[in-house]
Design a protein around this ligand. Structure first.
Ligand code: GLU
Length: 311
């Protein structure tokens, strides 16, 4: 039997980290990724970003998949789990190593967050490059007391891209980001490396995610270019607030399950479609109707507020 046919030139994805219960903002992100891909006849896939075995356990991934399933958003293919893919990330780390772009970094958290460290507007620290300049002797000494993380060197170069909602975004990798971590000192691969390798290997052509990840994108584009992957397009969606204007949090309990006890799934999907600006009224709508109505231009800019029907 033949499987569903897709326009294979379009591949969208939802890539949640199972570090807590999915909230309605995550569901809205999954829905947007689905609608954007499906409105162009494309494929939509799900990837569980369970890199951190303690903070993001695999079991949390299964729970997210159950929630997605309840809405028909579980993906067109069997989802992949990043925790199964360390060998692939290792291969890609070696590619960067062979290019002479990686180095071990022994700096402690306290050293990194020292008062004089330059900071970006989001509070993150621009790495000074200290360990890049270690002599062999200094490195051998550091090796005795601490396990290093691995960083990738960045050039003094501006990376720009145009986001479908946020417009043009530019970042100088050296002054605004610094050499960044691709493998943690405990051996766990870092988000920036894993997400880039997976988007590249899975042939993702459009990345839909929260606006909070806008400033990660230049690092990912940099890696994409080094690996020779095709660069996807980006839709960074506004952060979602509840009807009282409060930011949603993963620690509030499973609001999606609570809403599903009271409301039919189409009622929840319709409320999300309404919050996004796809329909005029807070009413029931199914995936097919929302797909037909979807266009990225309709998405509310600057912040999405959920209607009171969703608790
Ligand atoms: N896994 C990330 C998160 O849940 C999102 C990654 C992405 O969409 O690029 O915050």
């Amino acid at each position: 039997m033949e499987g569903p046919q897709f326009n294979s030139r379009i591949v969208g994805r939802f890539a949640p980290t199972p570090s807590g219960d999915m909230h309605l903002g995550n569901l809205l992100c999954a829905l947007t990724a689905y609608l954007s891909a499906k409105s162009k006849g494309g494929k939509y896939i799900v990837r569980i970003e369970d890199l951190d075995p303690i903070r993001s356990p695999r079991s949390g991934g299964y729970k997210i998949l159950d929630t997605l399933c309840a809405f028909g958003l579980e993906g067109d293919e069997k989802p992949i789990f990043q925790s199964d893919r360390s060998e692939l990330y290792r291969e890609k780390e070696l590619v960067l190593e062979r290019m002479g772009l990686t180095y071990p970094c022994y700096c402690s958290r306290a050293e990194l967050h020292a008062a004089e460290a330059p900071r970006l507007s989001d509070g993150s620290v621009v790495y000074s490059g200290k360990c890049k300049r270690l002599s062999d002797e200094e490195r051998a000494k550091a090796e005795k007391t601490r396990k290093p993380c691995v960083r990738v060197r960045v050039p003094d170069k501006v990376i720009s891209f145009t986001d479908a909602l946020c417009g043009t975004y530019s970042q100088n990798l050296e002054s605004e980001c610094g050499d960044f971590i691709i493998r943690r000192s405990d051996g766990v691969y870092a988000y920036q490396l894993a997400v880039t390798v997976d988007d590249g290997e899975q042939g993702v052509t459009e990345v839909v995610r929260g606006e909070d990840l806008l400033s990660s994108t230049p690092r990912q584009i940099y890696l994409m270019r080094l690996f020779g992957y095709r660069e996807p397009s980006y839709i960074h969606i506004p952060l979602v607030c509840d009807s009282a204007g409060r930011k949603l949090s993963k620690t509030e309990g499973d609001r999606i399950a609570e809403n599903l006890k009271r409301l039919q799934k189409e009622r929840i999907l319709g409320a999300l479609g309404y919050a996004m600006g796809l329909i005029e009224k807070d009413r029931a709508a199914d995936l097919q109707e929302l797909t037909e109505l979807f266009s990225v231009e309709k998405i509310a800019r600057g912040g999405v507020r959920l209607p009171p029907s969703l608790q």
